[in-house]
Design a protein around this ligand. Structure first.
Ligand SMILES: [Fe+2]
Length: 365
């Protein structure tokens, strides 16, 4: 029988209004807040300043969507100069959480170029010290609060490079998940981020690294999104539905923190870089196609996938297609500006990519 392990070191606090627990999680330490530009006008930054008082050492609030190498490089040295004794409190969506993770590893040169050079050559950077992080997601989708991964983009390079930073030091110390923070999200962000969570869940199931713990977490997350996202989009101020969406995101994050993602995410990177789709849309519109590729390859994976919509559903990939249509997402590449020929080339490339190789696309013998 196959040996498996599950490991996740992140301390989790979850609940409506739980942002007030932040000072408790800091245990007297100073904090630097990393957040998004609109945090000030929405009142979120003011709330954080009230909770943190004199413990707040500084704020970095110019994080942009999809973290850029140049942004991180421009901030890294100053960050370490001023905040080397701080806990990094990252408050925002996936881009904020990923950007904040870039600051956690400290290197001898105090220059991010050292980390970039290691990433570019496939080496592990030599980390001399590290900062702890408390991750506070403001969307229900990324799962980054319970994973060690951070995506970094370099659009200034000739090939538009994407890097994935993943070190023992980039696991958050704690995740503080307060669904109330998602209450004011625009409908499109609510939808796309929760579709990202659905993608994390399904990608953890059709994954060569799946295990019984990740399956249980992923299944619960996927069922929650397909059952409740349409209702949430109709009732965006519903406390129970917002709570379920955040819960699904967290559980999916816990699942893929051990399996990593798979084919849909590998395809998504090209859709984001070349076609400008948001991450949530880019990694979810292909899910019915990827489901059909996975289906019939491994009986144990089919058994878990079958439970997403229930055993009474004869064609679950079509049920997923209908679900996406019900929230306004087309699963057709052409609807996203990609021809059939380009799509099949993209899928073939993605299958060879690092995440694509996690996908269960061959029959197990
Ligand atoms: Fe994702």
């Amino acid at each position: 029988m196959k040996v498996w392990k599950y490991h996740n070191p992140v301390d989790i606090t979850f609940g409506w209004g739980s942002l007030s627990q932040l000072p408790k999680l800091l245990k007297g330490r100073r904090a630097v807040v990393v957040t998004f530009p609109q945090a000030k006008e929405t009142g979120l930054l003011g709330q954080l300043q009230t909770f943190l008082g004199k413990q707040l050492a500084g704020v970095i609030d110019d994080v942009q969507p999809n973290p850029e190498l140049s942004w991180v490089s421009g901030h890294y040295k100053e960050f370490w100069k001023h905040y080397a004794d701080c806990v990094v409190v990252a408050v925002g969506g996936g881009s904020v959480l990923d950007s904040a993770k870039m600051f956690l590893p400290g290197v001898a040169s105090a220059d991010f170029a050292e980390i970039h050079a290691a990433l570019a050559s496939g080496q592990t950077p030599s980390v001399s010290r590290a900062l702890p992080m408390i991750a506070v997601p403001t969307t229900a989708g990324t799962g980054s609060e319970v994973t060690p991964w951070a995506t970094l983009w370099d659009r200034t390079s000739a090939q538009h490079q994407k890097y994935s930073l993943h070190l023992a030091q980039t696991w958050p110390e704690a995740a503080l998940v307060d669904p109330e923070l998602t209450l004011s999200l625009p409908a499109i962000v609510t939808r796309d981020s929760n579709l990202d969570a659905l993608s994390h869940a399904l990608e953890a199931i059709w994954n060569v690294n799946a295990n019984p713990v990740s399956d249980g977490l992923a299944l619960q997350a996927a069922q929650t999104v397909v059952r409740h996202l349409p209702a949430l989009l109709d009732n965006p101020s519903s406390v129970p539905l917002r709570t379920l969406a955040s819960q699904a995101s967290l559980l999916a994050g816990l699942a893929f923190s051990n399996t990593k993602t798979a084919l849909a995410h590998n395809i998504s990177y090209e859709m984001t870089l070349k076609h400008g789709l948001t991450h949530g849309l880019a990694c979810s519109f292909t899910l019915p196609m990827v489901w059909r590729l996975a289906w019939g390859k491994r009986a144990d994976r089919d058994a878990v996938l079958q439970q997403v919509f229930g055993s009474h559903v004869a064609d679950p990939a079509s049920a997923l297609d209908q679900f996406l249509g019900s929230v306004g997402v087309s699963s057709d590449f052409k609807a996203h500006g990609v021809t059939d020929e380009q799509a099949s080339d993209m899928v073939a490339r993605a299958l060879q990519g690092p995440r694509g190789r996690n996908f269960v696309h061959t029959v197990e013998v």
